[in-house]
Ligand binder design. Structure first.
Ligand code: CO8
Length: 260
């Protein structure tokens, strides 16, 4: 699965731009998740890199979230491997030493929203056709505790309680109102605004910012680290249930029918 993304590091600014490119919708398959995590790890190890902007190379879609085909009709072993990769991506981004900015240039449901919420700052294109949120319950599945924790850490408990139960997808304006995104700009200004935002974070000494980031996020990260294997076996036994497989099948059919 080569060339599913591009990473360009500007050595004069220390800013890398990671552009997700897995047509048609940047859904997060096992391979793609692994590639994203490895790319971030490489940037982490590069002393010349201080920040990364995550965006999509596809029109209208930031990421459609986890690849539903990875959760449908797959063996328990494969499901477990997939889930470990989802955890890994989350752990890498949520604990990154880098300044991470999501430049959300399209719809960003479920896992796509999660990826953006792992970043330090979110800027979204002000296009009412785009939406963002954790819509898992609409698929008949349940966002695991660390998705929920990330949401609570971003928008607060009460908003998360409503949004998660109803599986709400928000317009950019509404996402701004609840604090799910931090800024809206016209699409053509997205990456330049992300670079400007980065400058504010770069003005703070790295060590002070990093220690503070870690203090804010460590309890949430440690919670998953100490329950990682249990979380995998919970996912596998949940997702392989007949009733859940049926829900996913229906959802996939509706996604496809919508076009006809
Ligand atoms: N996974 C796999 N395939 C997908 C996905 C996906 N997440 N999203 C879309 N596709 C497929 C479509 O089925 C379609 O396939 P085909 O061409 O074969 O019909 C193709 O991609 C293009 O999709 P659309 O025609 O729908 O493209 P649009 O541009 O009209 O819409 C959207 C793009 C808005 C992204 C739309 O496709 C959409 O809403 N997708 C569904 C998104 C979604 O609900 N994702 C949730 C995934 S679950 C998740 O991320 C967290 C799960 C946590 C698990 C917890 C369990 C315990």
């Amino acid at each position: 699965s080569a060339s599913t993304m591009t990473v360009d590091l500007d050595s004069s600014t220390g800013i890398a731009v990671m552009k997700l490119h897995s047509p048609p919708v940047n859904s997060l398959s096992l391979d793609f998740l692994t590639e994203i995590a490895i790319s971030l790890e490489k940037l982490e190890m590069n002393k010349g890199c201080r920040g990364v902007v995550v965006t999509s190379a596809l029109p209208k879609i930031f990421s459609a979230g986890l690849d539903i085909l990875e959760m449908y009709g797959k063996s328990p072993e494969r499901c477990g491997e997939f889930w470990r990769a989802v955890q890994e991506m989350w752990l890498k981004f949520y604990s990154s030493r880098l300044v991470t900015v999501a430049a959300i240039n399209g719809s960003s449901p479920a896992g796509g929203c999660l990826l953006s919420m792992t970043c330090d700052y979110r800027i979204m294109a002000d296009n009412p056709r785009y939406s963002i949120g954790l819509n898992e319950t609409q698929l008949g599945i349940v966002a695991p505790f660390w998705f929920k924790d990330t949401m609570v850490n971003t928008v607060g408990h009460r908003t998360a309680e409503i949004a998660l139960q109803l599986g709400l997808l928000y317009s950019p304006q509404d996402a701004l109102k609840i604090g799910m995104v931090d800024e809206l700009v016209p699409e053509e200004k997205l990456v330049s605004t992300a670079t400007e935002a980065m400058a504010r974070w770069f003005a703070i000494p790295d060590h002070a910012r990093q220690i503070t980031k870690s203090a804010m996020r460590k309890p949430t990260i440690d919670k998953l680290l100490s329950a990682r294997e249990t979380d995998i076996s919970n996912f596998v036994s949940f997702i392989t249930k007949d009733s859940i497989q049926k829900s996913l099948k229906l959802y996939l059919e509706n996604l496809r029918k919508k076009k006809a």
